[in-house]
Design a protein around this ligand. Structure first.
Ligand SMILES: CNC(=O)COc1cccc(Nc2cc(Cl)ccn2)c1
Length: 337
């Protein structure tokens, strides 16, 4: 009798201390399981006298029912609490801002190319594109670049075969344009170009934009006016100058400088203390080039120009390493637009 009652009190005490379903399940097994304490007591009753057995048996049953009900009630309570806790842990606050994947953005070269293109579009220029794999005729011969010219050498040009190259400038696009269209026209052609050259200031692939205006009575004055307007739109109102130069495909030729954007002409590291930055090359289209596309050099004339995009992007954004454009490092690329 004492053992059964002691067990009842022990279980009642334990129940007040148990806080988890797991502990409660362990207690149920410890008391009511196959080897449970109460189960052992019930087994041990066969040793009792005939008179005692029914009395103790009834007590044991009462205690077993009590313990079972208490444990089951506690189980419902604990499962309910654990369910509530799980629910609160798993609450999704739908008012939190989305994690998102970040916004995409244009590459600084693309953004600069678009910026420069738009300025010419505003001035009525057409935009043309062409294949990056070109014939040596379109890339060299049509541009009055003789067979012996150094730019045709292997250390500058990627040859696919004797007559096919990766274009070394976008001039072939202008040749194709003139093969398809008649004067008058004004066009620009931005795009990828390739040189077999790779060092701190050269990458094998880079970007250029060339332009061409052909019609009757096109003069060097038109060249200066259009290119000065362009440069002022890119760098703001700055002084420009044209220095005599030579290209096989233009005559006369010039290099166009803009006053240094950093030191405004005083002289600094960027402009190598000259006060000027070279922006592009230009000139009046050589009659030999017009002839190569069957244009009548006695009736029409034109001017052309070409510029490196990376150089302008570096000036615009203060980038001092050309290779940063091609390392695909998001820490660099994320800084633009
Ligand atoms: C990065 N580019 C430079 O420094 C200089 O580029 C230049 C200069 C002068 C003319 C041209 N293009 C050209 C195209 C035709 Cl179809 C006829 C005549 N000229 C490109």
């Amino acid at each position: 009798r004492e053992i059964i009652n002691a067990l009842k009190d022990e279980v009642a005490t334990n129940l007040t201390l148990i806080i988890s379903v797991k502990e409660l399940e362990d207690l149920k097994i410890e008391i009511l399981g196959k080897k449970g304490k109460l189960t052992d007591i019930m087994k041990g009753m066969r040793n009792l006298s005939k008179e005692e057995r029914p009395v103790i048996g009834q007590l044991a049953n009462e205690v077993r029912d009590f313990i079972t009900n208490e444990i089951d009630a506690k189980m419902i309570e604990l499962k309910g609490i654990e369910k509530l806790k799980r629910m609160s842990d798993e609450i999704i606050d739908i008012t939190l801002p989305g994690r998102g994947t970040g916004t995409g953005r244009l590459h600084p070269i693309t953004e600069t190319m678009d910026f420069l293109k738009d300025i010419f579009i505003e001035m009525g220029f057409d935009v043309a594109a062409g294949p990056e794999l070109e014939t040596t005729f379109n890339n060299f011969d049509a541009l009055n670049i003789p067979e012996t010219h150094s730019s045709r050498d292997l250390q500058d040009t990627f040859y696919i075969d004797n007559k096919t190259v990766l274009r070394t400038h976008t001039s072939p696009v202008q040749i194709r344009y003139m093969q398809d269209k008649t004067a008058p026209f004004r066009m620009v052609c931005p795009g990828k170009v390739y040189r077999s050259d790779y060092d701190v200031s050269h990458t094998p692939m880079f970007h250029q934009m060339e332009g061409l205006m052909v019609g009757e009575n096109i003069s060097f004055a038109n060249l200066k006016a259009i290119l000065t307007e362009f440069v002022n739109k890119v760098f703001g109102e700055t002084n420009v100058r044209f220095r005599p130069h030579f290209f096989p495909f233009t005559e006369p030729s010039a290099e166009m400088d803009v006053e240094c954007v950093i030191c405004k002409g005083k002289g600094c590291r960027l402009c190598k203390n000259t006060g000027w930055l070279e922006i592009m090359g230009c000139g009046m289209v050589d009659p030999e080039v017009l002839k190569s596309v069957d244009y009548d050099a006695d009736k029409v004339s034109g001017f052309a120009f070409g510029m490196g995009i990376e150089r302008i992007a570096m000036l615009r954004h203060g980038i001092d390493d050309l290779r940063a454009f091609y390392d695909n490092d998001m820490r660099f690329l994320k800084q633009f637009n």
